[in-house]
Structures are given as C-alpha cells and as structure tokens.
Design a protein around this ligand. Structure first.
Ligand code: ADP
Ligand code: MG
Length: 696
C-alpha cells in the first residue's frame, strides 16, 4: 500500500532504530541495543561501525557537518559544527567520521555557564554521546544528542541529571511493582509538553529594542482592548499563521516530533502547540527542537515568535504544561481503572506522588523559578506560586473516604472480607478541569502547570522523578518492615496514612483566590513568591541529601546550579534595566521633547496672531514635565543598578535586584507609559500594544 506523504516523511531526518538495524551488521546492532538498554560503556570498535553507518546515512540525507548537541545550564541547546571533510594527500577530500568523534567531543565551551564548576585552567567540558536518544539532521547538520560534563566528571548540563533521575525512578518503581508480582522490562516516565507562544509581525518586533534584547516589552501603555472578549481562544486561525503552523508540522514530523494539536490561546496573538506524549527525556529533546523550529520558521512568514513568559503586560503570559506519568512496558501506572486489581497499585503510586509533591513543594517551585516566570506565577492568569494538588471529582471522594476510615482498624479486615483489592472502580473523568491548580490530576496523568514557556523542562522533571523515587522506596521499606502482615493490608494502610499525612497539599478550589493564599498559609504550605525566595531550596541540606541519595546531583553540582540560576536572574534584570535606560534616553525622551517642541512653535506662531490655546499650553507643560521625570527616573534606575550589580553575596544580589531594581524599572515604565497616552501616535518611536497585538 502506498504511504501518504506524512507517514512517508515522518522521522525521515532521524537515524532511527530501524535505520540502525538495516545498516549495521547484526552483532553490532545487537551490541548497540545492549548498550542502549543497559547503559554500559560502548566498545570503540562498535562505535566506529555505528559512526560509519550514521555518517553514510547522514550523507544520503545531504548532511555535510556533524555536531554534538547538548543542553547547557542556561537551558537552550548548544552546538558547534564540524564538517566531515578529511583532506587526502592528492588534494581531494573524503567524508569521514570516527567512533571517537561520535562518542566524545571537546567543545571548549568555556564561556557557557558552569556555576563555578570549571576553573579556567581546566575549562574544558566534554560532550559524551547519549545513545539512548536518536541522532537527527537539522539544516544539513547531523546532530548527536550528548551529555555535557566537566573535566572532573560533574554534570554541566540539563540532560545528565534528567537521565540519572529517570534511572532512579525506574529502579524504585520496579521494586514497588515487584511487590505486586510484576516484573516489567522497562519503567519510563512519559511527558507531553504543551508549548505556548506569541506571534507578532517581524516589522513590529524589529522596531522594539526591548523585545529584541530581552524578549519582553519593557514599556507600553495598556491596549484599548485586551483579551476580555475572549474571542481569540480557539478562534479561527488566521491564514498566515495557519500556513506557518503547517510548515512547522511538516518540519517537526520529519524529525519524528509528534506534533498533534495547534490552536489559538487566550491572549491576542497567542498560540499553543501540543505533541503526543513520549518517553521523558526524548519529549524534552523534542520540545527544545520545537522551540527552535518555531523561532526559525516564523521568519519565513514575516513573523517573530516570542517565547518569553510575559512578553506583554495586561494580557496573559505563556506557560508550558508538563503532562507527566509513569509507564511500565507501555502500561500507564496512573491509569485508575478499569481493573480493580490495579486499583491498589494505582493508589500506591498516587500516594507516592502526593507525598513527593508535598514534601518537596519547595523544590518543585524552585524548578520553575526564573525572572520571566515571576511575572506570571500568582498574577491571576497562571497557577499561584503555592504548590498544591488537584484531584478532581473522580479521585477526591476516594481519597477523603480512605482518610476518614483511618482510625477504623476493623475496616482492614472488612476490606479483606470483601476481597481486597476490590475497591470501587475509579472512573477516568476528564470533564472537570481546574485551570487554577498548579498540579492537577487529569484522568490518567498529572499536569504540572507552573513551568514557563521558555524553560527547559528537565529541571522540574528531575525534581519530580527523584522525589517520587524516594517515596517508592519509602513504600518498599514500609512493606519490608511489616513482612509478617498481609501485603494488601499493609499497602492499604500505607496509602491511607500517606493521604492523611499529606492532606494539606490537596486543594480542589480556586487557586487564584486570595482566600486560598490565606488558607495555604494556615496549612503551612510554602508560598515562595519570587525567584530569590525559591532558589535557596536547591542548596538546602535536606534537598542536597535527597539528590545525593539517588545519585542525581551531588553537592558540588547542586551548588553550581544554584550559582548559575542566581547569576542568570541577576544578569537578565541587569540587561533589562540597561535596555530601559537606553530606550528612555535615546528614544522616548527625544520623541516627547520633539512633540513638545512642535506644540511650542505652534503656540509661538499662534501668539503672533493673538491666538491662545490653554489645551496646547497644558499639553506642552505636561510633556516637558513628563520628559524630565523620565530622564530623572532613568538616572535613578541606572544608579540603583550600578550599586546592586556590585553586590558579591549571591542571595543578597538577587534580593536586591528584586527589591531595588525591579521597582525602579516599574516607576520608569509608568512615567513613559503615561507619556505614550498623550503623545501623538506619529511621534511615538516604537509600535504600541494596539499595533503589535491586533495586526491584520
Ligand atoms: P489538554 O486538554 O490539556 O490539551 P490532553 O488530554 O489533550 O489535555 O493532553 C495534553 C497533553 O498530555 C498531550 O501532550 C498529551 O499527549 C499528553 N498526555 C496524554 N497522556 C499522557 C501520559 N500518559 N503521560 C504524559 N503525557 C500525556
Ligand atoms: Mg494542558
């Protein structure tokens, strides 16, 4: 049967398992499969054969270069291209690629953030091939997914701890399953990341230095119309956007990125793309590729794609929902029904997850903290900075009932009589969606909604995987300590006690309400409102112990990540402050003064004829005063920024940026925005919110 175009092209730019099987000698393919499955080091002879086959395949697809593709601590992907050409004695070249080049690279990426892990004398970092993630071709470059580690072996990237956390969770989840008599071959996490973004015209983008340099508008009066009519959400997609989305799908499908759903979002010009879920680290790779393609392809259609969490004040910002579950040999462990014998196992995993999120709410919050996301979390458009769990109408009654029966020890026997684990069947219910919850059960998976649109999802998943691994181990220990009791009775008790002990994190109500903030405080839930509040969780001794116990990150690596995040926050706000001062002095003040000057000469001319205008006089005065205020506030901001920038202590530095610099930025913005609404449109030096958000 002839294949349709999409299925024929799907994955055509990925060196897939079937390509390897086809192109590698059988014993080589078998050995490579073993390396991938068991995570053992690869033999150089095997690597040479794989490299050769990979190169031949890549050349057939038109590739000329290769790169070790990796994810440094600043979250975006890095690559340095090397061509395959190897000069020969006769002046010709051949295209060559060795096993050594495949397995290890030295990008000499000494300028990438390392949080101080690399002193300059040993600045080299190494990239190491991750054979579990397939190689692919992007713009005629063979991209080889790699981990990035320091000379001394510490992780310098986002992928390494993610893989370690996946391994830790797999190990502990398998132990839980074996207590239920199951011995799956693989336990993996599954992730479906929903990506939000804005599209504006490239012309508007290019006219806004703030968007170009910081990704968000640092100035701009409120548009006459915002998102209140809710006409954009799920509305018809405009033809130019549709054409862009079509090409995007085509390009992503070639890379085997399973792009599935596309629609308009709540804010004007805001859109979303959701893929079908995949194995965790692969889903994250694919999300990074999606972000890259979004940006690149937008320009083909005269658009700029904005991925910042809050490109525009007054309308919603962008998030990235991390849909997450665990799967054993293709069986979703968070699927509640329909088999009653699975219920208890489901409840055990549910209990582990609830305990994990409650105990490590600080880390969950930390994992999504950034200067950009601070504008979103808690701004009544995104889940609050308080981590809570929504279970919904299907699960909440079950959990409540189990908690209530906590003291009725007799009930255990009763359950046994009824033929445990015949708990009532828990129906999957997708109808009740609480969009205000940061961590919601949605039928057969959890959706973590605090993540920012431009972040790498590795961080939240490292936390989640490790925290759940810890709880799975706690369950196994709990059962082992009660070996003389019936397993089902013990497991049931674990579930009930866990629900009881972590009840405080469960909340089905409106997460955006003020009452919830007060209630959460009464319950003792952390409310880490800003990035400087959230980051210290990374170096909290209890959290260091957690990550060390599961071999995910050691103390030095955690400290480095903390420093890298602290620096990132400070650097971003410093850049924003610089851009604001520059725009204020060199764009806005001259524009306001020019307009005031026009009015003044107009007044002077009129005066000759004995005509007066109190409106013009008043306006001229307001503009002159306004320009003076803008100039003064730019000076204030510049001075504050200079003082804060010199603070040495990392925690103090970020707090000062938040408490000193951000308010000074707000004041400057207010002064400029106040001028925008009284200045002539013709003289305003940048496109307004109305222009950018409501183009045709
Ligand atoms: P929404 O209404 O939020 O769009 P969907 O049910 O369409 O919800 O799913 C959203 C995302 O969740 C998709 O990317 C989907 O592939 C993903 N998803 C579905 N099931 C799972 C699962 N078991 N594990 C991880 N992600 C999943
Ligand atoms: Mg969603």
């Amino acid at each position: 049967m002839a294949k349709d175009k999409v299925s024929a092209e799907f994955g055509s730019l990925v060196f897939s398992d079937s390509d390897m099987r086809e192109r590698l000698p059988k014993p080589t393919y078998k050995e490579l499969s073993r390396v991938i499955k068991e995570g053992v080091p690869i033999d150089l002879d095997i690597a040479n054969e794989v490299a050769h086959a990979m190169k031949e395949w890549a050349l057939e697809q038109g590739a000329t270069h290769f790169t070790h593709w990796f994810q440094p601590l600043n979250g975006i992907t890095s690559e340095k291209h090397d061509s395959f050409i190897t000069p020969q004695d006769d002046g010709t070249v051949i295209m060559a690629f060795s096993g050594k080049e495949l397995v290890q690279g030295e990008p000499d990426a000494s300028s990438l953030p390392s949080g101080g892990l690399r002193a300059t004398f040993e600045a080299r970092g190494y990239t190491v091939w991750d054979p579990t993630s397939p190689a692919f071709i992007k713009d005629e470059v063979l991209c080889i997914p790699t981990a990035f580690i320091s000379y001394t072996g510490e992780a310098l990237d986002k992928r390494t701890p993610l893989l370690r956390s996946e391994a830790a969770l797999e190990k502990q989840a398998k132990r839980v399953l074996s207590l239920f008599g199951r011995e799956p071959r693989r336990v993996i996490t599954t992730i479906g990341p929903e990506q939000e973004y804005f599209l504006i015209t490239e012309a508007d983008y290019e006219a806004r230095p703030d968007l170009i340099l910081t990704g968000r508008t640092l100035f701009g009066a409120a548009p006459a119309k915002g998102q209140e009519l809710e006409e954009h959400y799920f509305g018809a997609i405009r033809p130019s956007v549709n054409a862009f989305m079509k090409e995007l799908d085509d390009e992503l499908w070639k890379l085997a990125v399973p792009a599935k759903t596309k629609h308009n979002e709540v804010a004007p010009c805001q859109h979303e793309l959701a893929p079908i879920f995949e194995q965790g680290s692969l889903a994250i790779d694919d999300n990074l590729l999606t972000m890259e393609k979004l940006k690149l392809l937008a320009t083909n259609y005269g658009f700029a794609c904005l991925q910042h969490e809050k490109p525009f004040e007054y309308v919603n910002g962008s998030g990235k929902h991390n849909n997450w579950s665990i799967s054993a040999d293709g069986r979703n462990l968070l699927e509640p029904g329909p088999h009653p014998e699975d219920n208890l196992q489901f409840l055990v995993f549910l209990a582990c997850l609830i305990a994990a999120v409650d105990e490590h709410a600080d880390l969950m919050r930390m994992s999504v903290a950034s200067a950009g996301n601070d504008h979103r979390l808690g701004a009544n458009e995104a889940p609050p900075a308080i981590v809570s769990i929504f279970l919904g109408d299907a699960l909440s009654p079950v959990v409540d009932a189990l908690i209530k029966k906590e003291h009725a020890e007799a009930h255990e026997a009763e359950l046994m009589d009824l033929g445990v684990p015949a708990l009532p069947e828990i129906f999957r219910d997708n109808t009740d969606r609480n969009r205000t919850s940061p961590f919601a059960f949605t039928g057969n998976k959890f959706e973590f909604r605090m993540c920012g649109s431009q972040q790498n999802l590795a961080d939240p998943n490292v936390v989640l995987n490790t925290a759940v691994a810890e709880q799975c181990e706690r369950f196994c220990d709990y059962v082992a300590a009660r070996a003389d009791e019936e397993f089902y009775v013990v497991a049931m008790r674990f579930v009930r006690h866990t629900f009881r002990d972590h009840q405080r994190v469960l909340f089905d109500g409106n997460g955006y309400s003020e009452e919830w903030e007060a209630e959460a405080e009464r319950r003792g839930l952390p409310n880490l409102k800003t990035t400087p509040d959230a980051l210290p969780a990374l170096i909290d001794p209890a959290n260091v112990a957690l990550f060390e116990k599961y071999g995910v990150l050691n103390e030095a690596e955690l400290h480095a990540r903390y420093i890298a995040k602290v620096e990132q926050y400070a650097k971003l706000i410093n850049i924003e402050a610089n851009v604001m001062c520059d725009m204020a002095r060199r764009l806005y003040v001259p524009a306001i003064m020019a307009y005031a000057g026009d009015i003044a000469s107009d007044l002077a001319t009129k005066d000759k004829f004995g005509i007066t205008s109190s409106m013009e006089e008043g306006l001229c005065q307001s503009l002159t005063k306004g320009a003076e205020l803008v100039w003064k506030l730019a000076d204030v901001l510049e001075k504050k920024n200079a003082v804060v920038r010199s603070i040495g202590d990392p925690a103090e530095l970020d707090e000062a940026y938040r408490d000193e610099v951000l308010p000074a930025m707000d004041e400057l913005r207010a002064a400029v925005d106040g001028m925008e609404v009284i200045c002539s449109k013709d003289c305003w030096p940048v496109p307004s919110y109305n222009d950018m958000l409501f183009y045709v």
